[in-house]
Ligand binder design. Structure first.
Ligand code: SF4
Length: 386
């Protein structure tokens, strides 16, 4: 890894002019960027978020689609999240797993994880994202490594979304065969971050922000970052996320960077989103990211409703989840035919919007002329490098 940590760079970015550009860029500026087919820096990226860019939305979408096809072909990599645990020591005001919410708490025994993974493998998945709240009890005792070893034989690509760890703590997980680490900053706006994260290790804004660099040092070769849209002003989050991606592209150059743009969904607790990322703005953001970061993976989850997802698939998305449960043990309670929950998912993190079974989503992707890819071939690369 080269260069300083992003948490030290962020305070040096002058967001004032960038935010003005994202709201007031003129048509000529936008036209010049579209003519070049590339956003060369954050200022040009900001212009593509603007109302003037909205006037050129079709052109922006066409360019984003073309750039994505050039670098990724007409493919979408399919993955499934598998929730290991909803036990969490943090208070995050917006999350269903937050420790102040009275929901049933469970950490799946390894055998149960294997059982759930088999169900997902039978559905076609070969790429798994293991998700858990933040709790010392299942990171300190080798639980996650054992899970990874047990699922790898039939799920060759395994990514992790856990509470941030030290580089040393990541090493055994990489050795066990994990290829990717996902950690969302949630909000890059420090005062908002501090207001929303009031207890537990997640309070530490900088520690979380520098997780991708620690993960890279441990050997992860795919780093996923994102912001949770709805917590703060979307243009600010978009600019900070883009800056973070540019930074990681330079400093962690052997890794692929993936970005997620999750929008708030209903969850346990009283939290109401304070800000909105409207649909058209989300499309602009997706396309603007593609023109700034042609090689970045762009991830789409089941937080978005079916029709909107189908519209986004061809505009720049490279990775998509489908048929997801956000409750530990949720898949074993699904009806195997309809792939739908057979009971209320009281222990879920949030309620998904696209409830279609994986094969229905895959069929929709095929109808769009794209190929859903179930197997992630990066695993052979990961094993040969470590
Ligand atoms: S967002 Fe993550 S860390 Fe915060 S309460 Fe939810 S699971 Fe725990």
């Amino acid at each position: 890894m080269s260069g300083e940590l992003f948490s030290r760079r962020l305070p040096g970015i002058d967001f004032g002019p960038l935010l003005r550009q994202s709201r007031e860029a003129d048509a000529r500026t936008v036209a010049a960027i579209l003519a070049r087919g590339r956003a060369r820096d954050l200022t040009e990226f900001a212009a593509l978020l603007s109302p003037a860019a909205d006037e050129r939305l079709e052109d922006l979408c066409r360019l984003s689609q073309a750039v994505t096809r050039r670098h990724f072909g007409k493919t979408i990599r399919m993955f499934a999240p598998l929730y290991l645990s909803n036990e969490c020591v943090n208070i995050c005001k917006y999350c269903g797993f937050s420790r102040h919410n009275a929901i049933p708490r469970i950490t799946l025994p390894v055998e149960r994880v294997v059982e759930e993974t088999r169900l997902l493998a039978e559905r076609g998945f070969r790429s798994l994202l293991l998700v858990a709240g933040e709790h010392p009890k299942y990171v300190s005792n080798g639980y996650v490594e054992e899970v990874v070893r047990r699922v790898l034989p039939f799920m060759p690509s395994v990514a992790l979304e856990l509470g941030p760890l030290e580089t040393q703590e990541y090493l055994p997980l990489v050795r066990a065969g994990c290829e990717a680490l996902v950690v969302y900053q949630e909000t890059y706006h420090e005062p908002t971050y501090k207001d929303l994260h009031t207890a537990g290790p997640k309070k530490h804004y900088h520690w979380r922000m520098d997780t991708p660099e620690r993960a890279y040092q441990a050997g992860f070769r795919r780093l996923g970052i994102g912001a949770l849209f709805g917590l703060y002003d979307w243009e600010y989050e978009a600019l900070a996320l883009a800056a973070h991606s540019l930074h990681l592209t330079r400093t962690c150059w052997k890794a692929q960077i993936t970005l997620s743009l999750p929008r708030m969904r209903p969850a346990a607790g009283e939290f109401q989103p304070r800000y909105v990322l409207p649909d058209r703005a989300m499309v602009r953001l997706l396309c603007a990211l593609r023109l700034l970061l042609p090689h970045a993976g762009l991830v789409l989850s089941t937080r978005e409703p079916p029709a909107f997802r189908d519209g986004l698939f061809t505009l720049g998305i490279t990775h998509a989840s489908a048929g997801s449960s956000t409750e530990p043990g949720g898949y074993t309670s699904f009806d195997p035919e309809a792939w739908k929950p057979t009971r209320a998912q009281e222990g879920e993190q949030f309620h998904i919007a696209d409830e279609r079974p994986p094969e229905v989503v895959a069929a929709a992707i095929r109808r769009l002329g794209y190929e859903p890819v179930w197997k992630d071939f990066d695993q052979s690369l990961v094993l040969s490098e470590n």
